[in-house]
Every structure is written in structure tokens, then in C-alpha cells.
Design a protein around this ligand. Structure first.
Ligand code: F6P
Length: 365
């Protein structure tokens, strides 16, 4: 009987998930005694009755590295430690099904689990590891906010998409002498905003790490637009907030969804600018989930493939409780416990932040 490893993708989708899966399968196929099983929609596939598992062989993953999304589905609701259940009064609660999960893994002859996901998924990985499960993590998120790795896969693709949006807005903004506010993703970390602002040549970049002063933004606008001539591109992360203010968010009504829905930072800034006396035309563009869709960039396909191959090699070397990470120029293994103890945010001494300030990008402060 061949040894079995379970692969799952959890949390929001991200360009490159399929390339990781393909990397795992192709690397494992060089070792004849291993079989890779996919669990549909993260742990749901193994916890549901009937189970939704799929054997992932080379034929199944052929060509998938080019595709966005995930061939085994994903979810950002619940999980083995907080499985949503409906109470008799119609409200929703949750139960811990982690013991049952471990029994099911054993029953299925699964010796190791590769959990491809962001911060929330890696918290589950660590908790399962502490219960004796042979878990390996793979860092996924377009936000690039997972610690322990130089980059998560999916991030560079999101930056390409955001930069393309800046480039497109420049031509229309210049034609009309307008201010454009482009809202990009980034809940806690402003990496997408910072990278696309530098790549696209934006004048102003607002990130969650740096609460902004609307008067400083207005000052910069007035420097750029004189006698009604000129244009301004502002890139704002969805998690950006004014000095003393909070993020623009809605509580989620989705069962088992842990986060608030962010969105609206750009429209709020437009109002704040108008209230502060800005007389120029302002338009708002929200990029949203376009940043997570479509074909992964070559960079992300390569990184994801490296992560996948290394994750399987970590099974062979029994490097459990660790996450694959990119530490230039190497692909290494880092303890998941360390990864989830902090966030990778844009720090004041970050080199790209210094460059942005150095070339005159206004960071709102
Ligand atoms: O964490 C990645 C991310 O894309 C965030 O930037 C964003 O706030 C969130 O996911 C959106 O999640 P959902 O797909 O659940 O709306």
C-alpha cells in the first residue's frame, strides 16, 4: 500500500494555488511509494459525510499551473476547530471536530498533511501539529502579510494587476486633469499598495501601517495640480485609515466567516478631501477581487512550484510543524509557531518604503 499525503487549500483563493498542487504531485511522482490526495474546500472534504477526496495524479494536474483559483476548492469559513453548526433556536455556533479529523486521517492512511493557506490556515496547521498531526504549511496570500518568508506566492501577480490599473488610470487622469483614487487589497499590510504605487509612479500611497493626515494629502494635490492643470494618482490599501480613525468595514453575516469585510477606504477619502476643500474632480476605482483572479504571473508560478516541490521533500525528511518559506535565494523550512506569532507588515525602515519617500511619494504623513 502506498503512503498517502493530504493536500488542501484554505482561506481566500490566490493565483498560484494550482501551481503549488502541481509541484507537490510532480515531485511526489518521482517517489513511487507516495500518493497525493486532495481534500475539497480545505478540511471540509475530509470532514464531510460523504467525504470529498480526490486522488491527484500527474494527469489531474497537467497544465493547471497556468490557471487561477484552485482545482480542489477552498473556504474561509470554519475549520476543524470551529465547525459551524446550527443551534435548535436557529442561531449558529461551532464545534471542535479536530479529534474526529485525526481519526479520519488515520483511517484513510494519511501520513502527512500539506496545508496551503494564509495566517488563519497556518494557525490551524499549528494547532493540528500540537495534537500530533504531521503538518506542513505553504504560505499563500496576495497580501504578503505572512511572516517567515520574503514573499508569499500570489502577491506578485496582484502587484502586476494593481500596477496595470495605475497605468490605465494615468492616461484617463491626465486627459481630464483629475484625481484618481485606486483602492487595492491589503487588510493589515500595505504591500500591494506600496509596490504598485512605486511601479506605477503614483503621487500618493496610503497604507494601513501609516494613518494618514488628509491635509497633507491635500497639500500634495495642490502642488501637483495648478490652475486646474495636472493629475494625481492615489493608491490606497483597503485597510488604510485616517489619523485617529478606523478602517471602513462591514461585519460579515456569512456563517463561520472570521473577518470583517473591508472596502470603501477610497470613497471615504474622496469625501474627506472634498470636506477639506478639494475642488478638483475625483474618481474612485476599487480593484477588489480582480487582484485575486486569473493567470498567475511567471514569478508566482515559479515560486509556487518551488514551494510545492519543497513541501513534499519536507514530508520525506519529516520536517513537520514547519512552513515552506522563501529566504532569498533559498527555499527553506521555518517553524509555523514562529510564523503565526507575528505579521509581515511594512515597517518604518522598510527599504521600499524608504525608496518611495526618497523619490517623493507622499505617504499621507
Ligand atoms: O487576505 C486576502 C484578501 O484578499 C484581503 O486582502 C481581503 O480583505 C480579503 O482577502 C477578502 O476576502 P473575501 O474573499 O472573503 O472577501
Amino acid at each position: 500500500m502506498r503512503k498517502r499525503a493530504l493536500v488542501l487549500t484554505g482561506g481566500g483563493d490566490c493565483p498560484g494555488l494550482n501551481a503549488v498542487i502541481r509541484g507537490i504531485v510532480k515531485r511526489s511522482s518521482r517517489e513511487r511509494d507516495w500518493e497525493i490526495i486532495g481534500s475539497y474546500e480545505a478540511f471540509n472534504g475530509i470532514l464531510r459525510e460523504p467525504m470529498e477526496l480526490i486522488i491527484l495524479d500527474e494527469q489531474k494536474v497537467s497544465g493547471v499551473h497556468v490557471k487561477g483559483g484552485t482545482i480542489i476548492g477552498t473556504t474561509n469559513k470554519g475549520g476543524p476547530f470551529a465547525w459551524p453548526v446550527k443551534n435548535p433556536d436557529g442561531t449558529w455556533g461551532s464545534v471542535d471536530r479536530s479529534d474526529e479529523l485525526l481519526r479520519k486521517l488515520q483511517y484513510q492512511g494519511i501520513e502527512a498533511v500539506i496545508n496551503i493557506g494564509g495566517d488563519g490556515s497556518q494557525r490551524i496547521s499549528q494547532a493540528l501539529y500540537e495534537k500530533g498531526c504531521n503538518v506542513i504549511g505553504v504560505p499563500k496570500t496576495i497580501d504578503n502579510d505572512l511572516a517567515g518568508t520574503d514573499f508569499t506566492f500570489g502577491f506578485q501577480t496582484a502587484v502586476e494587476i494593481a500596477t496595470d490599473a495605475v497605468d490605465k488610470l494615468v492616461t484617463t487622469a491626465a486627459s481630464h486633469n483629475r484625481i484618481f483614487i485606486l483602492e487595492v487589497m491589503g487588510r493589515d499590510a500595505g504591500w500591494i499598495a506600496l509596490h504598485s504605487a512605486v511601479a506605477g509612479g503614483a503621487e500618493i500611497c496610503l497604507i494601513p501601517e501609516n494613518p494618514y493626515d488628509v491635509n497633507k494629502i491635500l497639500e500634495r494635490i495642490h502642488k501637483r495640480i495648478t490652475y486646474g492643470r495636472g493629475f494625481v494618482i492615489i493608491v490606497i490599501a483597503e485597510g488604510a485609515k485616517p489619523l485617529g480613525g478606523d478602517v471602513v468595514a462591514e461585519e460579515s453575516i456569512e456563517v463561520g466567516y472570521a473577518h470583517k469585510h473591508l472596502g470603501g477606504a477610497a470613497s471615504r477619502l474622496k469625501k474627506e478631501l472634498m470636506d477639506a476643500g478639494c475642488e478638483e474632480d475625483i474618481r474612485v476605482t476599487i480593484l477588489g477581487h480582480l487582484q485575486r483572479g486569473g493567470t498567475p504571473s511567471a514569478y508566482d508560478r515559479i515560486l509556487a512550484t518551488q514551494f510545492g516541490a519543497k513541501a513534499f521533500e519536507m514530508i520525506l525528511s519529516k520536517d513537520f510543524g514547519k512552513m515552506v518559506a522563501y529566504k532569498h535565494p533559498n527555499i527553506v523550512a521555518v517553524p509555523i509557531k514562529e510564523v503565526i506569532s507575528t505579521y509581515n507588515i511594512v515597517k518604518p525602515d522598510d527599504q521600499l518604503l524608504k525608496t518611495a519617500r526618497g523619490i517623493g511619494i507622499c505617504m499621507g504623513d
